[in-house]
Design a protein around this ligand. Structure first.
Ligand SMILES: [Zn+2]
Length: 77
């Protein structure tokens, strides 16, 4: 998937299986996924290098499984 495809998938409520299948578009490494405590926005990045991918996406109708990825810390203002 490209950056744009990943962004679109997260913003449109993809399944958890789709998330788990996602790889960094640059190095094909693992990605790290967080959900904001308010559950309307998420953050996905390459585990190896933020320069490969590090982006926020909003989803006004977040899927239920997002709750498992809620992280209290680590949010930049
Ligand atoms: Zn990468």
């Amino acid at each position: 998937m490209t950056h744009e495809e990943i962004r679109h998938a997260l913003g449109s409520g993809c399944s958890e299986e789709e998330l788990k299948a996602m790889r960094c578009p640059v190095c094909e490494g693992n990605v790290v996924f967080y959900v904001h405590p308010k559950r309307r926005s998420c953050f996905i990045r390459c585990q190896q290098d933020n320069g490969h991918m590090a982006m926020h996406e909003e989803n006004p109708l977040p899927p239920d499984w997002w709750e498992k990825y809620v992280t209290q810390g680590g949010w930049m203002s």
